[in-house]
Design a protein around this ligand. Structure first.
Ligand code: PGA
Length: 253
């Protein structure tokens, strides 16, 4: 059965004291509240070890925001899958739209990163989604199809089952604009159908597909209620424990 997941992507926010405070608050919340979803955070890489020290019992999954497409070597500034494995990280975000926009990442890069992550037993959260122009010109289904095929379809069935997908329409990220729950559901079902056509329905049904793009306490519950939406990748609203915990509660009936 696929998992419900709420993941917080901190991006380049919080100094070490703020990061530690939030991590404590989240642990406290998790210990005192029953949750109907897995909870993950993706803090800046600098704070991953601190999170690991705090979440010794793996109460909260720890993700890096990116990962190198190379195994090791002379790649200044990069972090490898092996390094993440060695600190006991849960996984890595791969192909976030900000990595694509500011660092020229493509789905071929994503494909190599996903392979490396899986080889080290990490969970990749593969992000895709169309731009505003692509949606306006009616190309969103085709764009997401191409992204999904290039990034994922060289994987075996056993491998793709371990991938989490995050559909994040670029026009809804950090803009306050949200895809309507129906718009998101349409793409999520589309992605699941593409996977079912290639790998079979059983495989497709096991994959968690998250929605990202201005998820807030006010809209989380309705978004998560859609049949093919298995949770959220949250940016802005994941920086504040009150908002983040309310989004987690979007899964409580
Ligand atoms: P947002 O970011 O929730 O601030 O729109 C989502 C993301 O980029 O993962």
């Amino acid at each position: 059965m696929r998992k419900n997941i709420v993941a917080g992507n901190w991006k380049m926010n919080k100094n070490v004291f703020e990061a530690q405070q939030f991590m404590f608050q989240l642990l406290d919340y998790k210990r005192n509240n029953a949750t109907n979803c897995e909870v993950y955070i993706a803090p800046p890489a600098l704070y991953l070890m601190m999170a690991k020290d705090l979440y010794k019992a793996n109460e909260i999954g720890i993700f890096s925001q990116d990962m190198s497409e190379h195994g090791s070597g002379a790649y200044t500034g990069e972090i490898s899958a092996g390094m993440l494995e060695s600190i006991g990280a849960t996984g890595a975000l791969i192909g976030h739209s900000e990595r694509r926009q500011y660092h020229g990442e493509t789905d071929s890069h994503c494909n190599r990163k996903i392979k490396l992550a899986l080889d080290k037993g990490l969970t990749p959260i593969y992000c895709n989604g169309e731009t505003l122009e692509q949606r306006k010109s009616g190309k969103h289904l085709e764009v997401v199809k191409n992204q999904t095929e290039v990034a994922l379809f060289t994987l075996s069935a056993a491998e793709i089952k371990k991938v989490v997908i995050a559909y994040e329409p670029v026009w809804a990220i950090g803009t306050g604009e949200t895809a309507s729950p129906d718009q998101a559901q349409e793409i999520h079902a589309h992605i699941r159908n593409l996977i079912a056509d290639k790998y079979g329905k059983d495989v497709a049904d096991e994959i968690s597909i998250l929605y990202g793009g201005s998820v807030k306490p006010e809209n989380a519950k309705e978004i998560f209620s859609k049949p093919d939406i298995d949770g959220g990748l949250i940016g802005g609203a994941a920086l504040n424990i009150v908002d983040f915990s309310k989004i987690i509660e979007g899964f409580n009936v």
